[in-house]
Design a protein around this ligand. Structure first.
Ligand code: SAM
Length: 262
């Protein structure tokens, strides 16, 4: 596992719990339950296989595509497209616990790195994606510009973005700021990313039952071992806030596929 140019500074405690500590606990739970639990557990933050298939198709990911996954978490989505389409992913992720978990679960190249200061040369990849990350970053245009920089003109950039559907949210998980759809489109245009495809996660098929059951089982093992730990409790509270915002229609997951202009 390589150490990149920079890691996220001043990460709120609850985000570190969710994306670092719990990520590592997840890898340990998978080790107990078996490898067939790895993909469902590691994709929890990014929707169903149908969502990843849709994004892969709209981005034109095929065998041999060099894909940067920025904010890769524990690496489930990257591993899914590697297995399904023969994509060659590289993971960048600021949380060391998540990086260690990704290496243990899937063994693709991983760099500990903040997506605002990616340690790669310009145009080092054929395509780049970032799933569920933009809302954790304050300077969204600077973050998107790093993805644009990572691919050549015409190269594909994909995103899963949680967008607010109202002007103001009643509550917000610590460290998150959710753009509206119009704000998202404005950010993309401002950094030179042409929007090609946009679809709501809710309009795509849900994950198969056995996929959800495997992810649930991993969460149960993590809870069995750590529910008394305040880091687990803070991470759980973050997740519950997001789930209730989506359930109440105040927030929606949106998949977008873009091309670098020029
Ligand atoms: C909801 S998780 C999604 C993980 C993964 N992309 C997935 O879909 O399963 C958000 C991820 O963004 C990462 N993250 C937070 N701030 C970041 C930044 N500045 N640059 C890159 N990643 C960041 C977190 O560490 C976490 O792994």
């Amino acid at each position: 596992m390589e150490q990149g140019a920079g890691t996220a500074e001043e990460t709120p405690e609850a985000m570190a719990d969710e994306f670092d500590t719990v990520a590592w606990w997840t890898a340990r739970a998978v080790a107990e339950l078996g490898d067939d639990h790895a993909l469902p557990a590691a994709c929890r933050g990014s929707g169903s296989p149908a969502a990843l298939d849709r994004l892969a198709a709209s981005m034109g990911l095929t065998a041999g595509t060099r894909l940067l996954d920025s904010g890769a978490g524990v690496g489930g989505p990257a591993a899914y497209v590697a297995r399904t389409y023969g994509v060659r992913p590289t993971l960048a992720e600021p949380m060391e616990g998540a990086c260690r978990a990704a290496r243990r679960l899937f063994d693709h190249p991983v760099v500990v790195a903040d997506g605002l200061t990616l340690p790669f040369p310009d145009q080092a990849f054929d395509a780049a994606w970032s799933l569920g990350v933009l809302c954790t970053v304050e300077d969204k245009r600077a973050y998107l510009d790093q993805l644009r920089r990572a691919v050549p003109p015409g190269g594909a950039v994909g995103l899963l973005v949680y967008c607010r559907t109202v002007d103001e949210l009643p509550e917000q998980p610590e460290g998150n700021s959710f753009p509206s759809r119009d704000e998202l489109r404005g950010h993309l245009a401002a950094v030179g990313l042409d929007l090609l495809d946009e679809v709501d996660l809710a309009d795509l098929p849900a994950a198969p039952d056995d996929w959800d059951a495997a992810a649930d089982r991993v969460e149960e093992v993590v809870a069995r071992d750590h529910a008394g730990d305040e880091r687990w409790q803070r991470a759980r509270a973050q997740q519950e806030t997001i789930v209730s915002l989506i359930r109440d229609g105040l927030m929606a997951g949106v998949l977008v596929s873009c091309r670098r202009a020029g």
